[in-house]
Design a protein around this ligand. Structure first.
Ligand code: SF4
Ligand code: SF4
Length: 462
């Protein structure tokens, strides 16, 4: 491989583009929301126009898994391209190179040194603030900053982040890569004999004039001629240093990008690449499918048995259940919903049977169901609670209906003429015609009550 133009120029442009992307992305609005932001108060992640709620963050876990596989694949094929071209540590160190250069000079120039320190402080302040914009919108952040009302949490986070970044850029810089970065330590495991590396062509060792240019420019202070080292971030500064030296001798550079050891044959389709490629493809497809499925469910519904009142037979032969219903409107418009209980072969009435939800509103409520047409002793039929809008069913969930095992006494099947059609939920049952306490007395339940089987909450589906 022959290098024909300074790689450092391309790296600088790549760094500027990525920095602008990082600073600008919080300002981008898609469907009225940040392109990427985790809203802490509502625990929602806004991502490219979609909104992921706390219960849907498994999509983020899937995306993390996919990103991990892709990261391993990229490392196996292209080596430390991340370190040299995209790592924030490298990008910010490049942006503040003026400080390192000024401090390296033998003859210090105080004015330029002060400007360089100021640049580091500015970069630290701006980039630490931009990090917070992924949690608080930049508009809100800047408005509160101008009013002097950032508050202790935001101001404290900014101060801590900014201080850490300043100390890192001022004193640590690339020595972090050489000494502390865990990714650097993994290189020996992740590389194979065909991984792209920056290397010294030892086959032409006799051509090296030992000028030391490649060592002087190295940000981590290593000598590439000593072979592949964990401290090398593959920034290719040594390549750019050697190119003009060797060009004067009309020879190609001694330091360059190579696929594995210089001169060794390259194997593109090796088993590890194929395996990681397949795992990455599956993980990415799973993430996309989960995101699409999650995006469709703009209304979440969870139904479980309410602890009180217990399921029971009513005096008129209906079965009364109480459900704990949790609804969450994940859409961007208000929802006016009618609640319907579907029980095959039976009819059911709900109370309440309507609910209105504002965008983003979560509502937990108890819904009383009165089911007619269940024969005493019959098996419990499957039931489903639907949340219906004018356009159709928005969401539904299995309703854990419980029919008490013991049927009511025969005389309680027929409601007395003056009895209400259905017993109020939770109210004492109506008195029997004979040998029963009055309705107002704290009598045992007229209808036998079976212990409801604990039922797991049922989550809805769109
Ligand atoms: S050896 Fe070369 S590629 Fe590696 S860190 Fe130093 S200058 Fe960058
Ligand atoms: S810059 Fe090139 S010629 Fe100079 S010491 Fe490094 S490898 Fe040798």
């Amino acid at each position: 491989m022959t290098t024909t133009r300074p790689i450092g120029t391309w790296r600088r442009w790549a760094g500027i583009a990525q920095s602008l992307l990082f600073l600008g992305l919080p300002f981008v609005r898609i469907r009225g929301e940040s392109a990427l932001r985790f809203d802490v108060p509502s625990l929602r992640l806004h991502l490219l126009g979609a909104t992921l709620w706390m219960g849907e963050l498994f999509v983020v876990l899937l995306a993390t898994l996919a990103a991990t596989f892709l990261f391993l694949l990229v490392t196996l094929v292209w080596g430390r391209v991340w370190c040299g071209w995209s790592c924030p540590q490298t990008l910010l160190a490049d942006l503040t190179q003026a400080l390192a250069s000024e401090r390296a000079r033998k003859r210090k120039r105080p004015a330029r040194l002060a400007v360089a320190w100021g640049l580091v402080a500015l970069v630290s302040a701006v980039f630490s603030a931009a990090t917070l914009w992924y949690f608080v919108t930049p508009e809100a952040f800047l408005a509160r900053l101008l009013r002097g009302e950032l508050g202790p949490v935001l101001a404290g986070s900014w101060a801590v982040l900014g201080a850490v970044l300043f100390l890192d850029l001022a004193f640590v810089r690339a020595s972090f890569c050489a000494s502390a970065c865990p990714y650097a330590k993994l290189q020996g495991v992740l590389f194979d004999r065909s991984t792209l590396v920056v290397a010294y062509d030892a086959r032409r060792d006799d051509e090296c004039i030992d000028c030391g240019a490649c060592v002087r420019v190295c940000p981590t202070g290593i000598d590439i001629r000593d072979g592949l080292q964990a401290a090398c971030i593959h920034c290719a500064a040594c390549v750019d240093a050697c190119v003009p030296i060797m060009a004067k001798r009309k020879r190609p550079t001694l330091v360059d990008y190579f696929w594995g050891d210089p001169g060794a044959p390259r194997r593109r389709w090796r088993p590890a690449v194929l395996a990681l490629g397949a795992a990455s493809a599956v993980a990415v497809a799973g993430t996309v499918a989960a995101a699409v499925q999650t995006g469709r469910a703009s209304l979440d519904i969870v139904v479980s048995q309410a602890s009180r009142p217990s399921p029971r037979w009513s005096a008129d032969g209906t079965v009364v259940n109480a459900f704990a219903v949790a609804l969450e409107n994940r859409g961007r418009t208000p929802a006016r919903l009618r609640l319907v209980l579907e029980v095959p072969g039976s009819s059911a009435a709900l109370r309440p049977d309507e609910v209105a939800l504002a965008p983003g509103e979560h509502r937990a409520m108890t819904v009383i169901a009165t089911v007619q047409g269940i024969a005493p002793g019959a098996d419990t039929p499957p039931a489903r609670l639907l949340a219906v809008e004018a356009a159709g069913v928005r969401a539904s969930a299995r309703a854990p209906l419980v029919v008490p095992r013991a049927p009511p006494p025969p005389e309680s099947h027929a409601a007395p003429p003056d009895a209400p059609a259905a017993a109020p939920p939770g109210a004492p049952p109506p008195a029997r015609r004979s040998g029963v306490p009055p309705a107002s007395a704290p009598a045992p339940e007229a209808a036998p009550v079976a212990s409801p089987t604990p039922a797991a909450p049922s989550r809805g589906s769109p």
